[in-house]
Design a protein around this ligand. Structure first.
Ligand SMILES: [Zn+2]
Length: 381
């Protein structure tokens, strides 16, 4: 028999490597599990009810797809308008615009429904090889608040494996397999089935009670659909009225029609299946682009990247980039002005059942004061 001392000497390298592997596993497991902790969102004075999305599809209860839904109601009858952030969780201007509504806005007629993290599972991971941040910090006068940065698709831990080909229903349009985890290709979803489809089904049920649904997105600066709204044909009058008001405020904003043969997207399916007016807005997020440098907090929050300044000079971007960049507060301000003018346009065209929203942070105030001025103090642990 080999004496124990000889055994350890002979296997020293193997033991050392095993120990190192164990330490890496424990450390990465801790980081992985920590991603499931959600940031605090504080209900502002206008929030009259808070529920989970599973109220609209009970199969989501206690699942990684369940996510908070905030209602800002009033005593006066009117329509309901739904604002969705976090359909794509790395497009954080949508999340922050939704949070600013929840923490500040009040409603004096009708109802606002806000879903800040539509694909909650997508906020719990980042893509391998993308070197993405897990969270960002925004300073408020009362201390720092933090927000999760996720990824475009549902966490594969929550929905796996992807099929080779994803067939969207009911259109039967075929897409690449991983789009089965893209919430904005799953609409109108289904009550049972994979997680992303069930989340979509719950959102479609909310859309069915809404006069209008506005889904907030961001895209890379080299993508043509940025600083733009995309609207279902039933929403075009509202969207064009809003666009002209936004342009009159000297804020450039494009408008495109939702293609009829592109399925699964909110601006197509909430219009077709929920019969709600439906549109989407995109801002320019350099942290999502392929030209970007290090995905630091300076890039994700500050929106500055010298590669994009060069790319603009070479004519490769659809939004102009200079040393000022596209900071997060500017992108959030753009979403807020779009929401404000879309609601104004809706009310002008539907005076019989308007949605009157007050105390929304204005474009000008957010540009001047930053996001921290409109966030509640961090809740105590
Ligand atoms: Zn998106």
């Amino acid at each position: 028999m080999t004496p124990p001392g000889d055994f350890f000497r002979a296997n020293k390298t193997a033991l050392g490597l095993s120990l190192a592997a164990l330490l890496v596993t424990v450390a990465s497991a801790r980081i992985f599990l920590a991603m499931r902790e959600a940031e605090p969102i504080v209900s502002g004075p206008g929030v009259t009810a808070q529920m989970m999305l599973s109220a609209f599809n009970p199969t989501l209860a206690n699942s990684p797809g369940d996510t908070p839904v905030y209602e800002l109601g009033s005593d006066k009858a009117g329509a309901a308008i739904t604002i969705i952030g976090g359909t794509h969780p790395q497009e954080i201007a949508g999340l922050l615009a939704a949070v600013l509504l929840i923490e500040n806005a009040t409603v004096s007629q009708g109802k606002l429904i806000v879903v800040p993290q539509a694909n909650r599972s997508g906020f719990t991971h980042t893509d391998p090889m993308e070197a993405y941040l897990h969270a960002i910090t925004i300073n408020t006068p009362a201390g720092p608040r933090w927000f999760r940065v996720g990824m475009r698709l549902t966490n594969p831990v929550d929905q796996w494996p992807d099929p080779d080909v994803f067939t969207h229903m009911p259109s039967r349009e075929n897409m690449i397999g991983h789009e089965t985890r893209n919430l904005n290709r799953n609409h109108p979803g289904s009550e049972t089935g994979w997680l992303t489809a069930r989340v979509s089904h719950a959102l479609t049920r909310i859309a069915k009670t809404s006069a209008l649904v506005f889904d907030l997105h961001e895209a890379q600066p080299e993508y043509p659909v940025i600083n733009m709204m995309v609207a279902h044909e039933n929403t075009f009058e509202t969207a064009a009225t809003a666009q002209s008001m936004i342009q009159a405020r000297r804020i450039p904003m494009g408008l495109a029609a939702s293609p009829k043969n592109l399925h699964g997207l909110s601006h197509r399916e909430f219009g077709d299946h929920a019969h709600a007016q439906s549109l989407l807005a995109e801002t320019a997020n350099p942290a999502m682009g392929r030209f970007r440098g290090r995905t630091s907090e300076a890039l994700v929050v500050g929106g500055k990247d010298e590669n994009y300044v060069r790319a603009t000079k070479l004519g490769r971007t659809f939004a102009k980039f200079d040393d000022a960049g596209w900071p997060l507060h500017l992108r959030v301000a753009r979403h807020l002005v779009a929401i404000e003018e879309v609601i104004n346009a809706y009310n002008e065209l539907h005076p019989e059942a308007p949605v009157v929203v007050d105390n929304m942070p204005s474009y000008k105030d957010v540009i001047e004061k930053g996001l921290g001025a409109f966030l509640k103090p961090p809740p105590k642990e």
